[in-house]
Design a protein around this ligand. Structure first.
Ligand SMILES: Cc1cc2nc3c(=O)[nH]c(=O)nc-3n(C[C@H](O)[C@H](O)[C@H](O)COP(=O)(O)OP(=O)(O)OC[C@H]3O[C@@H](n4cnc5c(N)ncnc54)[C@H](O)[C@@H]3O)c2cc1C
Length: 278
């Protein structure tokens, strides 16, 4: 249908980004192609060491999935997106396709080995998430291409993660957010992935912050060094949610807090992580 209708057609998934844009007249597509009528596009499966999410899987389905809980970052992220109404409609595929700089999914998933499955008139292709989002609201998708599935490798034993967003209230996007994924070998951090959300045009992988932890034992000194490196990696714009300096401070504080939770989870402790509200 996208091929027949041309560039004036847009896909409709949960409608939680598109419908507000239509109401504000920021978008006025000639046609809507409703994905909600296509069966078997909403699923959560474990296969070959990976979790696979159908593009139409709702945030709420991931929040309540025991399989998704195997990767804490995913559960934390899904459980804190907006409010129940938005989580019941919004989809993981729509969120990645929208590539909103404040959206939660890209920031959480970029700390994991994530592949986006796409389908178009030339067939299917798989794109690593780091190559999928090019800029704010811009992905590699052609106008006649759609996301069919999001595939996430299950991290190795000894891993733990946390996702925290800081928000003024539930139904608003975060002021800043962070995802931390650690793999521990005893007291030593074997691998670390740290991402920052809402402080740049896309989610930022804070590679210097990761380097501050990798190969080291995690203590106040190394964790503070990582948080400081995260502050330097943040590139926020001032807006109604706060000044650039405030957001940098917030990013550093969230990284510190998320590292502590991820570390405890990597050690096998059951720790509830939740988003923070101002
Ligand atoms: C009040 C409110 C608060 C919100 N707060 C947050 C928040 O805190 N954090 C957060 O992350 N999000 C938030 N959202 C957005 C919500 O998570 C959306 O669900 C999500 O961004 C888009 O998913 P959707 O399924 O609703 O997509 P739609 O709105 O249906 O579509 C969004 C865009 O993606 C395209 N698209 C959809 N599905 C596909 C597909 N499978 N393949 C290719 N293109 C596709 C559409 O054509 C459209 O351009 C909020 C929304 C509202 C209304």
């Amino acid at each position: 249908m996208l091929g027949q209708l041309g560039e004036g057609a847009k896909l409709l998934a949960g409608g939680q980004s598109l419908i507000p844009l239509l109401k504000l007249r920021f978008a006025s597509p000639a046609h809507l192609v409703d994905l909600n009528f296509i069966t078997d596009t909403s699923f959560i499966k474990e296969e070959g060491g990976a979790l696979r999410f159908g593009a139409m899987t709702r945030h709420a389905e991931i929040e309540h999935s025991d399989l998704a809980r195997k990767i804490s970052v995913l559960h934390d992220c899904a459980a804190g997106i907006a409010d129940v109404q938005v989580r019941n409609r919004g989809t993981i595929g729509g969120s990645l396709a929208e590539a909103d700089p404040s959206g939660d999914w890209a920031n959480a998933l970029i700390t994991l080995d994530t592949t986006v499955h796409c389908l178009g008139p030339n067939g299917a292709r798989k794109v690593a998430l780091k190559d999928f989002i090019l800029d704010a609201y811009t992905t590699v998708l052609g106008h006649d291409e759609l996301v069919t599935e999001v595939e996430v490798e299950i991290p190795p034993k000894g891993s733990g993660g946390a996702y925290i967003a800081f928000k003024r209230a539930a139904p608003v996007y975060p002021t800043a957010s962070t995802a931390v994924q650690l793999t521990m070998d005893g007291e030593v951090c074997k691998d670390a992935a740290i991402a920052l959300g809402c402080v740049g045009l896309t989610a930022i992988r804070a590679s210097e912050a990761e380097a501050a932890l990798r190969g080291k034992s995690l203590n106040d000194t190394t964790i503070t060094a990582a948080a400081e490196a995260a502050r330097a990696a943040a590139d926020p714009h001032p807006d109604m949610r706060g000044s650039a300096d405030y957001k940098r401070e917030l990013a550093a504080a969230l990284v510190k807090r998320a590292i502590h939770i991820a570390l405890r989870r990597a050690r096998g402790e059951q720790v509830e992580g939740t988003h923070l509200y101002a």
